[in-house]
Every structure is written in C-alpha cells, then in structure tokens.
Design a protein around this ligand. Structure first.
Ligand SMILES: [Zn+2]
Ligand SMILES: [Zn+2]
Length: 338
C-alpha cells in the first residue's frame, strides 16, 4: 500500500510502498477515506517538537474510513462499516484508561505518533474499542472531527460551566482547531466570543461561524478585549497557538477568575505570580479528548451543529500541503484522501 512516512525530522515525508499490515485477532484494518493534516504533525516533521519517535513512521492521527477486515475476536463491526478512529491509544489497563481517559495514558501509543497512522491506504487499529461508527456522517468530513474537532471540544467543556449569559470568551487562533473552538463555544454556552487571528481571511470566516467580535492579533489584544468587554476582560481564553506572544495576549485579555486553556503546542511560557495575574486566574492545558468526548463531537457533526471546512488532497500532495499549512494558507482543514 502507499504510505507517507517520516524518516527523519527536518526531511520531507517519503511516499512509498509498504506492506499492508496484518490484522491481529483483536484488531481491525480500516481503509482510510480521509486523514486530516494537523499542525502538530508539522511540528514533528520540522523537528520543532522533541518526541520519542520510532522511525520510519507513518504520521496521521485524524482518521476515518471503512472497516476492511476484522480479527477473529472482534464483534460488532463488519467490513464496510464507516468508522471514525479514536486516536489516543493507551495501554487499556491503567486507571486513566479504565476511567475512559485513555488519551491521558502515559504509554501514548497514539495513532500516527506512537504507532503508524493514517497517511496511508490502510490503518491497523489494534482494538475495536478505538472505533466509533459514523452512522451517516461522511468519513472525509468526520476525519477532522477526531482531533481538530475533539481537542477544542474538550477545551470548551472545561470552560463552559463558567460562561453564563453575558460573559465573554476569547479564541486565539482561528485555524483548523480554533474554528471548531468557536463553534463549540456557540453550541455549548451563551458566551459572546471574540476571535483573534493574524489573518483577516480567517477572521472573516470566524465572523461567518458566529464570532461576536474579531480582532487582528497585530492590534493590542489585551486593550481591545478590555474595551469590548466593558473593561472587565474575558471569563475564558482558549489559546490554540500557545506561543509566548499568544500566551501574553491571553493573559492581557483575561478578567478576574478567568480560565485560560492552552491548546496549541507553540511551547510558550508566561510568568505566573500572585500580583502579576488577574485575581483567581486559572490556567490549564487540554489534551486531545476521550472516546466519550469523540462520540459527543460526532453527534454534533451528525446534527449539523458543527462543520469542518474541508479541502481534499491526494497522498502525493502531502508535502506541499504541509508547506501551505506552515505558511498559514490552509483556511479550513486539509484532508488527505488516499
Ligand atoms: Zn492533531
Ligand atoms: Zn493506560
């Protein structure tokens, strides 16, 4: 089968023929219909993120497709079923895995990161517990929901109980994940939302998706958010970039009791001191989502309450797609359709 593989960070992915993986008794082989192209893969490919990788590796952690073959011990799935692949594969036995928070398991055998992923014709899913039936959703549209949708969904769930009517939330970065963050804020809360990005086209899309105000990040984000919110600042800030500049902007936009959720892998830091931050500021990161979170995201997708803006590409185009992603030229989610 064809697969796009990483041999060494800093190099292009090599598109080559590799053996089709054998399906073990508990496993399921999925024919990939769509595999979303994620910014975190770009961090890995460019070598910007130190990860213990077993190379060569087929990347691709946002996957959906059709069951091709099931192992002898698999029940409830048959060839032809349309499925989304939950990607946070863990050990299956530790307390986090048993509690349904498998994406927090420290073995991190995540698809496309700890194990071969979906930038290929077929994906070996080691256990059927990682599959969710699509029940009517198009697999190409569903693929981005498994990370670009799922990760912001979990972040929004962390802040939603603290955003009453009249409150304000800020999303920093309106790219692949931020567009979903904005939509989930609108679906799950009554908060008004300020969308922040450096790209005016993305801000225009944010306005279409329901942002109550948009801000170009070249402006003084803190001062503008304070102005928009009548001086108080935001009750929640979701930072989908996570570099020094955006974290500073998040801090400057925060009001008292604000929750800042760092989602982007930009590697930034900011100083936290008693007098240096708003009173009772809470800061957390948010890691992917659980299988249950994914089922909820897919339900919202099925009901048309959130949608991915998808552009389709062949596997052969994948290196160019990453170049465009790096230059900020992908306005929705690029999906590889092998
Ligand atoms: Zn991702
Ligand atoms: Zn575990």
């Amino acid at each position: 089968m064809r697969a796009a593989r990483l041999y060494e960070p800093g190099q292009l992915l090599r598109i080559e023929d590799v053996p089709v993986p054998k399906t073990p008794p508990d496993g399921v082989r999925v024919r990939i219909a769509g595999s979303g192209v994620c910014h975190s893969d770009l961090h890995i490919i460019r070598g910007h993120m130190a990860m213990p990788l077993s190379l060569p590796l087929t990347l691709g952690h946002e996957n959906a497709g059709y069951v091709e073959e099931v192992g002898a011990g698999v029940t409830g799935f048959e060839p032809g079923d349309a499925v989304a692949v939950f990607g946070g594969w863990g050990c299956g036995t530790c307390s986090f895995c048993r509690g349904g928070e498998e994406q927090l398991c420290d073995v991190m055998k995540w698809v496309g990161i700890g194990r071969d992923g979906g930038y290929a014709e077929f994906l070996l899913v080691p256990n059927q517990r990682h599959l969710v039936k699509l029940e009517g959703l198009d697999p190409v549209d569903a693929a981005p929901l498994t990370d670009a949708g799922l990760t912001p969904y979990r972040a929004v769930k962390k802040v939603a109980p603290h955003l009453p009517p009249g409150s304000w939330a800020v999303t920093i970065g309106v790219g692949g994940l931020g567009q979903f963050g904005l939509q989930f804020l609108k679906v799950l809360t009554a908060a008004q939302v300020v969308a922040v990005d450096i790209d005016d086209d993305k801000l225009a899309l944010a306005a279409e998706l329901g942002a109550d105000a948009t801000l170009n990040a070249r402006q003084d984000v803190g001062a503008e958010v304070k102005r928009i919110t009548g001086g108080e600042g935001a009750q929640a800030v979701l930072d989908f970039v996570g570099n020094d500049a955006t974290l500073q902007a998040a801090l400057a936009a925060a009001g008292r009791g604000c929750r800042i959720v760092v989602v982007g892998l930009g590697g930034g830091t900011f100083p936290y001191s008693f007098m240096g931050v708003p009173s009772e500021l809470k800061v957390t990161n948010s890691v992917w989502g659980s299988r249950r979170d994914l089922e909820e995201v897919l339900a919202l997708g099925r009901q048309g309450k959130v949608k991915a803006t998808v552009e389709r590409h062949s596997l052969e185009e994948i290196n160019e797609v990453f170049d465009r992603l790096e230059r900020g030229e992908v306005s929705g989610r690029a999906v590889v359709v092998p």
